[in-house]
Design a protein around this ligand. Structure first.
Ligand code: SF4
Length: 209
């Protein structure tokens, strides 16, 4: 990546980390995907039970492969026929992996969900939540983060899952009430009651949507 972009991202990440710390959450900056993988594995002790909620960014840094190959109890929800059982197992996991649809530069995380298993596990249940977040997800304020979630992340996800929503056809949010909508729940994580539960690795790269 261009040296000027690297510098800006590093500075911006420090601002976001300061915001996260003020909200009882912990932030880290990774200069590249390899550093992000190393940081994530330092946060996940061997033998931990680990699950995830559609974290494309975790795949992109090689974390999911590393966990599947390593000495971890990786709970693969795709392997469960009973999806409810997979969701209940996630609530009791040691670590939940997620990306974020957006994050503000003062450390507020914004996530939207259709089934809502991801946002509910972020809110409570798993003992630790590790977010992998590309610097492309950082927005100036909460309004910008909500707009990003609804006008960038949601239309792309609706398209890739073949959902019949207006945004899948137009690329922009139409505030639908379609049966396929993925905007059933909006989770704004502005503070963590439990210290050392939420960890956010900001990666100097474009990850996820
Ligand atoms: S509310 Fe509907 S149109 Fe808007 S982003 Fe969500 S699914 Fe798409």
């Amino acid at each position: 990546m261009d040296a000027n972009i690297n510098k800006r991202n590093e500075l911006l990440a420090q601002t976001v980390i300061k915001g996260l710390n003020s909200r009882n959450m912990t932030g880290y900056y990774a200069a590249n995907k390899e550093e992000a993988l190393k940081l994530a594995l330092e946060l996940i002790p061997e033998k931990s039970s680990v699950t995830m909620g559609g974290a494309k960014s975790a795949h992109e840094i090689g974390l999911v492969d590393a966990l599947k190959k390593g000495d971890y109890n990786f709970i693969d929800r795709d392997a469960y026929e009973d999806k409810r059982a997979a969701m209940l197992a996630a609530y009791d996991a040691d670590v939940f992996l997620s990306s974020s649809n957006a994050i503000t530069n003062d450390g507020i995380l914004v996530n939207i969900d259709g089934n809502s298993n991801r946002v509910s596990a972020i809110a409570q249940g798993p003992r630790k939540v590790v977010f992998i977040v590309g610097m492309n997800k950082v927005c100036g304020d909460l309004d910008g983060a909500m707009k990003r979630a609804r006008n960038v992340a949601a239309p792309i996800n609706a398209q890739r899952f073949g959902l019949s929503t207006p945004c899948a056809k137009t690329g922009a949010c139409m505030d639908c009430k379609s049966p396929d909508t993925i905007c059933c729940q909006f989770l704004i994580t502005r503070y963590s009651r439990h210290k050392d539960r939420i960890h956010v690795i900001l990666v100097n790269d474009n990850l996820g949507y």
